[in-house]
Design a binder for this molecule. Structure first.
Ligand SMILES: Cc1cc2nc3c(=O)[nH]c(=O)nc-3n(C[C@H](O)[C@H](O)[C@H](O)COP(=O)(O)OP(=O)(O)OC[C@H]3O[C@@H](n4cnc5c(N)ncnc54)[C@H](O)[C@@H]3O)c2cc1C
Length: 387
């Protein structure tokens, strides 16, 4: 397929920058120190419509492509902000858009598009089963008019800062299905009424400010109308969202890499030692130049993957490679920036160390890079399944 690399989406980038300019390093530094959620930033982005660009115009969104959504996330990161605080809405809504019914879309998507509801929680991971998703233990038992859910979700982002959660739970026990991917279902949970009651949400402190939580679910009633798509088909539905998630977060990593490269270049051009700019030394400039090359190469795969996604093509290979290469490129750029800044690379006042902590996550979550390599080995190269 032909990929149009001429469109840089400059107008969209400027729209993002008009907001990010109001949220400089000091804003993120203060929140980081206290592990607080950037509510003003998320509210402003939500109201601007930029976090719901993927919602079609008939439900109040802008009906834009994944390529454009990835550009928005890239630009947020390149400005030094932390899109990890609000990116889930972008990829979760795909499941609702593709598999939700008309009533669900009218009830929820219109309000998400208007910035009135936050759809920021994707409840998949569990403590005991981790990457081995199909073994998850949260169970939704069929009862009159709906489902009764019990379980425990672990390492769930933004649990305390969302109105809605897309929840993956088992609806048929594992030993009663032919394939382990069957018997899992997706539910839309309205968290507003059940927070602190059927949902006990507890914060988990992490290396970076990510509003991570665990969610204990006890006798939660979910009405029939909040089942998304068909019963037992949920695993297939979330796979689509996961490819979108990988591509969007790869876009974020490109933004992080740009941030580090810009900062490192600027500092290398300013800092003078031994009577010359430190950037004149090849020991300083080569790691930045190499990180730039890695970032540009990864960017090509992100663009290819998002363009293929928008064209309705299969993107498993590209989405996985995009996240692998972009997360390694941002890490490499972060390392080059720390080296360039010397001691200041570890000084919170310069933001490099904060961004470095933030970008490291993307080699582990949303998917650990071992699982990406296992996917490529098995599904692309035809090697035996290793797990
Ligand atoms: C900040 C943060 C935010 C998150 N947000 C969310 C969220 O919003 N929603 C959600 O559902 N989850 C979320 N997660 C969970 C995240 O997706 C998982 O942490 C991640 O997928 C890894 O699972 P695990 O931590 O249980 O590690 P484990 O599954 O215990 O794996 C540990 C290590 O072993 C490796 N490994 C396991 N099996 C194999 C194998 N067969 N071959 C090679 N290596 C293997 C893994 O790749 C990993 O490196 C988040 C995690 C973090 C840290």
């Amino acid at each position: 397929m032909q990929i149009d690399l001429s469109n840089n989406f400059d107008a969209l980038r400027q729209r993002v920058r008009a907001i990010t300019d109001k949220y400089p390093g000091e804003y993120w530094r203060e929140l980081d120190a206290e592990r607080k959620y950037p509510s003003e930033f998320v509210d402003e982005f939500s109201k601007s419509g930029l976090l719901s660009v993927l919602i079609p115009t008939e439900y109040g969104g802008e009906g834009r492509s994944l390529s454009e959504a990835a550009v928005i996330m890239e630009e947020i990161q390149a400005a030094g902000c932390n899109g990890g605080t609000c990116h889930a809405q972008m990829y979760i809504m795909g499941t609702l858009l593709r598999y939700g019914n008309e009533d669900q879309k009218q009830r929820y998507l219109t309000k998400v598009a208007a910035g009135e509801l936050r759809l920021q929680v994707f409840g998949v991971t569990e403590e005991h089963t981790g990457t081995d998703t199909t073994k998850l233990r949260t169970f939704a038992e069929k009862v009159d008019g709906g489902f009764k859910v019990n379980g425990h979700k672990f390492y769930i982002g933004r649990g305390q800062h969302s109105d809605l959660m897309l929840l993956l739970a088992r609806t048929t026990p594992l030993d009663q299905v032919k394939k382990k991917t069957e018997g899992l279902s997706i539910f839309l949970v309205d968290m507003r009424e059940v927070r602190g009651k059927e949902l006990d949400i507890r914060p988990i402190r992490t290396t970076m400010n990510h509003s991570l939580t665990e969610i204990f679910i006890k006798d939660l009633f979910i009405p029939d109308e909040n089942l998304v798509g068909e019963l037992g088909k949920g695993f297939r539905y979330i796979l689509d969202s996961m490819n979108a998630e990988r591509l969007l977060i790869a876009g974020e990593c490109i933004g992080d890499a740009r941030y580090f490269i810009d900062q490192a270049t600027d500092w290398a051009n300013k800092r003078e030692l031994f009577g010359r700019k430190i950037g004149q030394n090849q020991g300083i400039q080569f790691p930045i130049a190499r990180a730039y090359a890695s970032m540009r190469a990864a960017e090509m795969i992100v663009k290819k993957g998002t363009a293929m996604f928008d064209a309705g093509q299969k993107v498993g290979e590209e989405a996985n490679m995009a996240l692998l290469l972009a997360s390694e490129a941002s890490w490499e750029a972060g390392n080059a920036a720390i080296q360039t800044f010397g001691g200041r690379g570890f000084d919170a006042n310069y933001d490099i160390e904060r961004k470095f902590r933030e970008t490291r996550l993307y080699q582990v979550a949303p998917i650990s890079k071992n699982m990406i390599l296992a996917y490529l080995s098995e599904h692309v190269l035809g090697l035996p399944r290793s797990y």
